[in-house]
Design a protein around this ligand. Sequence first.
Ligand code: NAD
Ligand code: TYD
Length: 365
Amino acid sequence: MARVLVSGGAGFIGANFVHHWLATHADEPVVVLDALTYAGNLANLEPVRERAELCFVRGDIRDTALVERLLREQRLDTIVHFAAESHVDRSIHGPDAFIETNVQGTHAMLKAARTVWLEERTVPVHRFHHVSTDEVYGSLDPHDPPFSERTPYAPNSPYSASKAASDHLVRAYHHTYGLATTISNCSNNYGPFHFPEKLIPLMIVNLLHGRELPIYGDGRNVRDWLHVSDHCRGIECILERGRPGEVYNIGGGAESENLQLVETLCAVADGAFAADAHLAGRFPDAPAARGEKSASLIRFVKDRPGHDRRYAIDCSKAERELGYRAEVTLARGLGETFAWYLANEWWWRSVMDGSYQRWIETHYR
Ligand code: NAD
Ligand code: TYD
């Protein structure tokens, strides 16, 4: 039985992990520590808000004293560290927050874990799991083999550089102090509760409103798409069977060029509108509401500076050692994700205009 601290548990992947963990580990306490930045929303935890095992703490991961107190007072023995600034485009325009949260914040978490777990010895066994990204490995050419855990680091954006720095700190705390750490480097996630600034949810929300679908550069950049439910199971495998000090790559085995991915989403939308006459009433500005193609909204725009060409993950180590397998195909995952956004219009509208946050703060604080 684990007693888990989930940092960034009100963000996209962290919240999906909390849902998964509470569904598969009933009666095990989960403390979510989240600062509720623009990317963190209590609406993401709405489905589990009433669960007695869940405790939400609004706070900053850079507050070492707070993290120490939570670990000590709640006798937590596991950290799953998601909290980060996570959007590459934002890191290009304002890198400071990425250094402060991703580098200094991760270091503050490591210091707290070292004090409470290694010096005060509050629990017999502990684990610090750090969630990182494949972007630390840099960019692949079309015929390069996928990134393995042995691929040298070559981060190209302020975001990936800050994640690389945090990975090195985690590694150093294991090597130097004996903290029981694991790191996962995963590919691009998608699925429910994904904030509509990232490619897939942005395209869904834009096409429903009849807004342009901006494709950076020539649209031939490749990403390896991982359904967030597969990622959460991958992290669970690492917590249960991963060896301290090790790194595991988690991928979806689903490479796609951006343009192809957006065209597929457009086709999913066209099919959904054709099958359900009510959608035209709900989203009258969508081209599909008039029987036109959603892909007519695609526009090629100026490329992102330093845009990595291709990411692809070799996750054979996690498959071999942990029994990890990605289960959700891209076709199925995109269809289900589009359906989720249709069914949860309240969610994306409320996180985009902050209304859920304001409502819950008035009623529950
Ligand atoms: P997200 O931006 O959706 O959520 C980040 C969460 O961290 C938010 O809830 C935010 O409020 C919280 N946070 C930010 N700064 C904080 C601080 N100083 N103190 C406490 N909480 C803070 O991110 P995500 O997409 O869920 O990503 C989670 C993790 O996974 C990140 O570490 C990211 O680097 C990594 N990752 C993400 C992807 C992806 O495709 N989304 C891919 C690979 C790795
Ligand atoms: P993103 O979701 O920002 O993830 P990352 O940059 O971490 O891979 O972007 C995924 C890909 O989609 C990336 O190649 C950039 C591209 N992209 C667009 O073409 N248009 C957009 O509006 C966005 C947000 C991304």
